[in-house]
Design a binder for this molecule. Structure first.
Ligand code: UDX
Ligand code: UDX
Length: 457
């Protein structure tokens, strides 16, 4: 007996996994996931899912065909559902007013108009995408400016899952946030969404708030997470100058329970589809309310991230005797983090481009992200190779640079790799995941992040 019909428009990294978990946990609901992309939908219908996410296939298989359906029939899904989640992408605007900062809401508005056109009954529209604060207002204005006798209540239910741990994050979320209007209809819609999550999330983890707080909280959570990384990355630069170790500093600082130990890993820079986009969006919003100082503050988090990427490339060039022309450099990892095939805003993209511009020969290896890497570097025809096998990538290389913290890189036979490389052999660990002393003892010149290098000359 179906007790609720749910549609989700946008079958991406957010919409797909979220709906799969709702369907698995709530067999009494029918969940239709729809998308304009036929290729994506086709992939969701097979066991070759369009995104790699640990554990996701099992969740999808548990519900697909039972109460979870993937299709391109957007209109039909809208018509038959009482609750419509929207998780279409909201990229940074590339044109006109706010270009380079503001969120491009054209897909969202298009979807809102489609919902309006197709709806013959009242519906709850749930913002799953990350959106600028006050977007719900615009959506309500579009949706409720209709001659029809239907009412739309807009709910903000931002998604906090991180890629690579999406299934776990969805099954055991730190919190689920549901924002609504504080009117009788708003409260009723809020409760409907609370009821969905209450099927598996403990009540004390389901937070409710007004709709503006919910919208803004998502931007702020991402900004705070990114800010921690930029903070520790700024300290990594200082550690390299002062013989301190950034890992020791992070440990000492993180054991203060007021600070906490997570998200203090220095890296070549944060990537992913969210951090940069959402901070730019926050900056734009601050600016549009005349809060220039607040805007500059958050902008500096991005400036520090760029500095870290630039610094990494500069170190490579400087330490390899100021020229990398014709030298083979193996990039270990292209995904923006481990356990995902996603390369959006990956620091590897910047690093690969810079190395190619310096006329190095770049060999890219990654266990899951090579298809995306090929797309990201499509403009480069020469001096570039994509290799499945890390040993092959390193063969004849002058340097290996660790770009993604894939667990497999720790257990490689580094002695074998060292033997197959040109000498002197360089290792730049952009994630601080390897045993640097051991590598040094094998003969590598090792450049950790935030620690003085271990060199043989
Ligand atoms: C999500 C959120 O929705 C975004 O706001 C957040 O800030 C980043 O994460 P994500 O799921 O990662 O986006 O995006 P993506 O994988 O690009 O998926 C979006 C999907 O929406 C795509 O499959 C795209 O085909 C679809 N789409 C887009 C539509 O179905 N209709 C449109 O009009 C536009
Ligand atoms: C992030 C948020 O964590 C999530 O809550 C939100 O819903 C979407 O944006 P995601 O981008 O998928 O998730 O991954 P995350 O684990 O946050 O990592 C982002 C980037 O920061 C990665 O490039 C990662 O390698 C980097 N990172 C993370 C560090 O450099 N150091 C750290 O200590 C942690």
């Amino acid at each position: 007996m179906i007790s609720k019909r749910i549609a989700c428009i946008g079958a991406g990294y957010v919409g797909g996994p979220t709906m799969a978990v709702i369907a698995m946990k709530c067999p009494q609901y029918k969940v239709n996931v729809v998308d304009v992309s036929e290729a994506r939908i086709k992939a969701w219908q097979t066991d070759n899912l369009p995104i790699f996410e640990p554990g996701l296939l099992d969740v999808v298989r548990a519900a697909r065909g039972r109460n979870l359906f993937f299709s391109t029939e957007i209109s039909a899904a809208i018509r038959e559902s009482e609750v419509i989640f929207v998780s279409v992408n909201t990229p940074t605007k590339t044109f006109g007013e706010g270009a380079g900062k503001a969120a491009d809401l054209q897909y969202w508005e298009k979807v809102a108009r489609e919902i309006l056109r197709e709806s013959g009954s009242s519906k709850i529209v749930v913002e799953k995408s990350t959106l600028p604060v006050k977007t719900a207002q615009t959506m309500e204005n579009i949706l409720n400016a209709n001659g029809k006798k239907v009412h739309f209540e807009v709910i903000s239910n931002p998604e906090f899952l991180a890629e690579g741990t999406a299934v776990k994050d969805l099954l055991e979320p730190d919190r689920v946030l549901i924002g609504s209007r504080e009117t009788p209809q708003g409260f009723a819609a809020r409760q409907e969404i609370v009821d969905i999550y209450a099927n598996w999330v403990p009540k004390d983890r389901i937070l409710t708030s007004n709709v503006w707080s919910a919208e803004l909280s998502k931007l702020v959570a991402n900004a705070f997470l990114a800010q921690r990384i930029s903070s520790i990355n700024s300290i990594s630069a200082l550690c390299e100058k002062t013989d301190a170790s950034v890992q020791e500093v992070a440990r000492a600082v993180g054991m203060d329970s007021r600070i906490g130990s997570r998200f203090l890993n220095a890296s070549v820079g944060f990537g992913g589809s969210c951090f940069k986009k959402d901070i730019l969006n926050l900056v734009y919003i601050c600016e549009s309310y005349g809060l220039q100082e607040a805007a500059r503050y958050w902008e500096s988090v991005l400036a520090m991230n760029e500095f870290q990427e630039t610094r990494f490339v500069r170190t490579i060039i400087r330490e390899m005797f100021n020229t990398i022309v014709g030298k083979r450099i193996a990039l270990f990892g292209f995904a923006f983090k481990a356990d995902t095939s996603d390369t959006r805003e990956s620091p590897s993209i910047y690093v690969a481009r810079k190395l190619l511009e310096e006329r190095a020969f770049v060999a890219v290896t990654d266990p899951k992200a090579l298809d995306n890497a090929r797309i990201d570097l499509a403009g480069y025809k020469e001096n570039l190779d994509f290799v499945e096998d890390p040993y092959e990538a390193a063969k004849g290389a002058h340097a290996v640079a660790i770009m993604t913290e894939w667990a497999m890189y720790r257990s490689l036979d580094w002695e074998n790799i060292y033997r197959s490389m040109e000498k002197p052999a360089f290792l730049f660990d952009g994630r601080n995941v390897l045993n640097h002393e051991q590598l040094y003892n094998l003969g590598f010149n090792v450049y950790p992040l935030g620690r003085p290098p271990l060199k043989h000359f």
